[in-house]
Design a binder for this molecule. Structure first.
Ligand code: GCU
Length: 687
């Protein structure tokens, strides 16, 4: 076999540790499916493939009417009566709609591993969980568990266009679309579904949020038949299909002269359209909408509110239990740089906060983690917890737009975890973002995680092999944001590269330090935006300075940064106490966000006694130098991991080094030219 692409963390290899194999083998007599439907059949097949590859066994797949066998893995619903002697009522009750239980029965004559879910949805998650636990050589006793996802929505957003390109994609072309059509490469989509199910994902929006040209027509019979085939594959893996829509579709497709959400004809047009969609895809998830944002049409065109717009769609979807995911990424993208009153950071809150309580129950607001746009560091969006009567999801960008475009190693798990652990104080102490987006804190019906995908049709899916860790981590955090990030990263490393100590130690070090390193040599202290306009790669200190996008640092010869305190733009007032006061105070503000909140003179002393300008120089020299450590850690693994992967990553690390030096020199020179202040340590700064 010579596969055209890898299976990432699902590349099964024989388990070599003899004692472990002996311990587990006794339980692998056969695979018994106590439910007769395609979902259990599919999970059984997955298990069979895995057991064959891991243990070299060929277990029979049987629909046992009676449990006459004495050994085997049983896939069942928790409610199946045949399990009642093994599973207690309490355990049964503890398994939620998408959850599962694993229980090892180890008696003289009965050696079973039971994987049981409440519904068809949970069984595939449980099956992959078990497979991966085997691969981690988890002892039998530690297999016992009850797992439920914390957040109800765990959705991947593809930014795939129908011409096959991917907006902000760095790993090849779309696996879904090409040449204005839906691709029929079902094998690859099938394998994508497997990867996603193995990390607990339950939804995929297959097209870009910017819905233009042919993509507008995806909601019509022209494409629904092909889409239904994709939906069918995803369905087997517990994943629902969603579509991004263009708010002006009634005009483009329906030939109406308006898309006004309060217009009866518009409302009826959407109802008909939704009915048609469900006739092709009975479990269609719903719509993702980017409205009144970056030149996309929306309700503002008709002087209506975002609640008017979202609710109109929600009403059409409600009879089918569909949902509307409405993006909060709304700001003035035609700002005049001379205007110092308008602050883009305030925009999402200003647009949406007044609408709290006005959205229907099946509308969810999808909010980017920060107030700007996926920068290497931003404060948590103040919208989290600001709307207590509105369903909320957090949006992360798995694809590395501003974080090195999958040329630089930048593991995002550490950043995401910090954001999820942020205490909003919206209900007093302990009001963490993770508790808002899992729905528990405010009792939301729908809540969750959206991640902008980093995959394409490249051989390793993600361009940089180590960027696979970002996709893995997104799924794992969405399933359970309480897990330690180091554990998530370690599991990925072992499943992908094996458990050689050196391999695990080195890769783990690389992952866990990579974001901090990237931040150091690019834009530390919450500065952001010093990238080349358009493609957003590489340094350009004033690339976004005199533009219309609302992204200014306003550096002069004395100071840099925007005063977003209550004395400045007033952005800090969007936070609950005590954050207002903390962010307002230059001495209390977390240093990594200093220049996001404050305008700071270059001779200002930071906590470690350094001046701001010296910190900038040091940070860039150190950051660029630390890329050598990444390279060294990787070089130590030569011969210990697959040669092709080794070389691919090695090539990228060498590019990273080169580009980190470019970042260092451009940014340092910029500050030197602005200030004329030399580096205290006399290192080379190009004049
Ligand atoms: C960023 C990104 C765009 C994208 C937008 C969005 O601005 O650069 O490509 O469309 O985010 O999230 O809608």
């Amino acid at each position: 076999s010579n596969p055209k692409y890898s299976m990432c963390w699902l590349s099964y290899k024989p388990i070599e540790k003899k004692e472990y194999v002996q311990e587990v083998e006794k339980f692998l007599g056969q695979i018994v499916l106590l439910e007769k439907n395609i979902y259990f059949q599919n999970a059984g097949n997955e298990l069979k493939i895995a057991l064959g590859a891991l243990f070299g066994t060929e277990p029979r797949l049987s629909n046992a009417e009676n449990l006459y066998m004495d050994s085997g893995i049983i896939l069942s619903k928790v409610t199946n009566e045949k399990l009642s002697i093994f599973i207690t009522e309490v355990e049964k009750e503890a398994v939620g709609e998408e959850g599962f239980l694993i229980k090892v029965v180890d008696e003289n004559k009965k050696k079973y591993i039971i994987v049981a879910s409440k519904s068809e949805k949970g069984i595939i998650y449980g099956t992959f969980h078990l497979i991966n636990k085997f691969r981690l050589k988890t002892g039998l006793k530690e297999l016992n568990c009850i797992e439920n996802p914390k957040a109800p929505l765990r959705i991947i957003n593809q930014w795939d266009n129908m011409d096959g390109s991917i907006e902000r994609g760095y790993a090849g072309k779309s696996i879904f679309f090409a040449n204005g059509r839906i691709k029929r490469n079902y094998k690859r989509i099938w394998d994508y579904a497997r990867l996603l199910a193995s990390i607990g994902i339950n939804g995929v929006v297959v097209n870009n949020v910017n819905v233009r040209d042919k993509a507008i027509w995806l909601i019509t019979p022209k494409y629904l038949n092909d889409l239904s085939k994709i939906a069918e594959i995803f369905r087997l893996y517990g994943i629902k299909l969603y579509l991004s829509i263009n708010f002006a579709s009634p005009i483009y497709i329906g030939g109406l002269d308006t898309a006004d959400p309060l217009d009866k004809n518009v409302q009826n047009w959407w109802k008909d359209t939704v009915q048609t969609i469900y006739s092709y895809i009975p479990d269609f998830g719903g719509f993702l909408v980017k409205a009144d944002s970056e030149f996309n049409p929306g309700p503002y065109v008709y002087d209506r509110t975002h609640a008017d717009g979202a609710n109109m769609l929600a009403e059409a979807l409600l009879p089918y239990s569909g949902i509307v995911i409405w993006r909060a990424f709304v700001y003035n993208c035609l700002q005049d740089w001379r205007d110092t009153k308008t602050d883009r950071a305030k925009a999402a809150y200003d647009n949406f906060k007044p609408l709290d309580g006005k959205f229907l129950d099946n509308v969810i607001l999808q909010i980017k983690y920060g107030p700007m746009d996926f920068q290497v560091r931003e404060p948590v969006s103040p919208l989290f917890g600001a709307m207590e009567k509105t369903n909320q999801m957090i949006e992360f960008q798995i694809t590395q737009e501003y974080t090195g475009q999958q040329i630089h190693l930048c593991y995002l798990g550490t950043l995401w975890k910090e954001i999820l652990e942020f205490d909003t104080y919206c209900k007093g102490k302990g009001s963490y973002v993770k508790k808002i987006v899992d729905g528990s804190l405010l009792g939301m019906k729908y809540a969750g995680f959206a991640g902008v995908s980093n995959i394409g049709d490249s051989i390793n899916w993600t361009g940089h092999d180590l960027a696979q860790a970002n996709l893995w981590t997104f799924g794992k955090l969405a399933w359970d944001p309480d897990i330690e990030i180091e554990d998530i990263a370690r599991e990925w490393t072992i499943l992908t590269f094996g458990d050689d100590k050196k391999v695990v130690d080195n890769i783990l070090w690389m992952l866990l330090n990579s974001h901090a390193i990237y931040e150091k040599y690019t834009t530390p202290l919450g500065l952001g935006w010093m990238v080349n306009p358009g493609h957003h790669y590489g340094p350009n200190p004033e690339g976004y300075e005199y533009s219309k996008w609302g992204t200014y640092h306003r550096a002069d010869t004395k100071a840099i940064g925007v005063d977003r305190t209550s004395r400045g733009t007033g952005y800090t007032l969007q936070y609950h106490k005590p954050w207002q006061e903390i962010f307002d105070d230059i001495n209390k503000c977390p240093e990594e966000l200093l220049l996001f909140f404050h305008r700071v003179p270059y001779d200002f002393r930071l906590k470690n006694g350094k001046t701001l300008i010296q910190f900038m120089y040091d940070s860039h020299f150190e950051g660029a130098e630390m890329v050598d450590e990444l390279i060294e850690k990787w070089e130590e693994l030569r011969g210990k991991i697959d040669g092709k992967i080794f070389n691919r990553v090695y090539e990228r690390l060498k590019m990273q080094k080169e580009h980190a030096i470019e970042w260092r020199d451009v940014i340092n020179t910029y500050f030197y030219r602005k200030t004329g202040i030399p580096d205290e340590k006399g290192r080379v700064i190009y004049p």
